[in-house]
Design a protein around this ligand. Structure first.
Ligand code: HEC
Ligand code: HEC
Ligand code: HEC
Ligand code: HEC
Length: 170
């Protein structure tokens, strides 16, 4: 009994910490100043901006998407259908940016302050979700899978080539 009470208290204390500690999506405008600048963080923003991911929310606003949503059983336009938003936007507060940096690199609040510093370790970056490591393919497949009503299959190497903004992974 005592153990139960103790663990309940522990849970009550832990909960708010978890909520406060949860990382927040900051939006792509937070990344742009540095990542659109060759001298600072490279040109990943410029590559992303032209990629299909940047248009993923706009895609939901088309007639074609509304038809697909209807067929999937939704009584709302695609842009308001949660089952479409799940893969076509990044977090609820940055909808119209489509699939943005943070959809793959993790919520920005977790690494914003530290990741560009020279002394930031890869370990810390990985913990914050920024470095995808060996899970890159898995990250893509959270959206590129059969739950997508228009699924065309997914070949990591070919698909990465189309959105590549780094020389590291092939
Ligand atoms: C204050 C400037 C600044 C901001 C703001 C910024 N970055 Fe960076 N970022 C950098 C610099 C500098 C590097 C290091 C570049 C290098 O090593 O070539 C970097 C590196 C990265 C890397 C590669 C990490 C690694 O170690 O290989 C990723 C991924 C990244 N940033 C994503 C983002 C995302 C996503 C955002 C927005 C949420 C963001 N950055 C905001 C400056 C910034
Ligand atoms: C959060 C969901 C999500 C993640 C994660 C994701 N994608 Fe996508 N991807 C999409 C959506 C949605 C589209 C369709 C965008 C549109 O056309 O409106 C798309 C489209 C693409 C396309 C264009 C496909 C075509 O038919 O031309 C490529 C290439 C692509 N993604 C590569 C990748 C790669 C590589 C990764 C992992 C590194 C990845 N994606 C991760 C959601 C995602
Ligand atoms: C669809 C997923 C996806 C999106 C969207 C995305 N990235 Fe990346 N990014 C990757 C992957 C995969 C790598 C390869 C490195 C790795 O495996 O971690 C990478 C690498 C990087 C690097 C490292 C470059 C280097 O030379 O090592 C930077 C910087 C970066 N991304 C910034 C951004 C920024 C800024 C945005 C948004 C404007 C963005 N990325 C959008 C998946 C994505
Ligand atoms: C499991 C993730 C996922 C869900 C859920 C999802 N999509 Fe997508 N969507 C994608 C990806 C990934 C692509 C890129 C092409 C593909 O299907 O492989 C895409 C592409 C599209 C395209 C462009 C097709 C083309 O010509 O390339 C349309 C339109 C679209 N989705 C509409 C919708 C609508 C409407 C819904 C909701 C009923 C929806 N999607 C739900 C992931 C998803």
């Amino acid at each position: 009994m005592k153990k139960l009470i103790l663990s309940t208290i522990a849970a009550l204390i832990a909960l708010p910490i978890l909520v406060v500690g949860q990382n927040k999506y900051t939006g792509v405008k937070q990344c742009m100043p540095c990542h659109k600048n060759e001298k600072l963080g490279g040109v990943s923003y410029t590559v992303w901006e032209k990629s299909p991911h940047a248009k993923a929310f706009a895609t939901l606003k088309t007639k074609e998407s509304d038809e697909i949503a209807k067929k999937a059983g939704s009584d709302k336009p695609a842009a308001e259908t949660q089952a479409c938003l799940d893969c076509h936007v990044t977090g609820t507060n940055v909808k119209d940016e489509g699939v943005s940096c943070e959809a793959c690199h993790g919520a920005g609040s977790g690494y914003k302050a530290m990741h560009s510093k020279k002394d930031a370790t890869d370990d810390a970056k990985a913990k914050a979700g920024l470095l995808l490591g060996d899970d890159v393919k898995k990250t893509c497949e959270t959206c590129h899978n059969k739950k997508s009503p228009t699924y065309k299959g997914f070949d990591y190497a070919k698909y990465w080539e189309k959105i590549a903004h780094a020389g590291k992974k092939s």
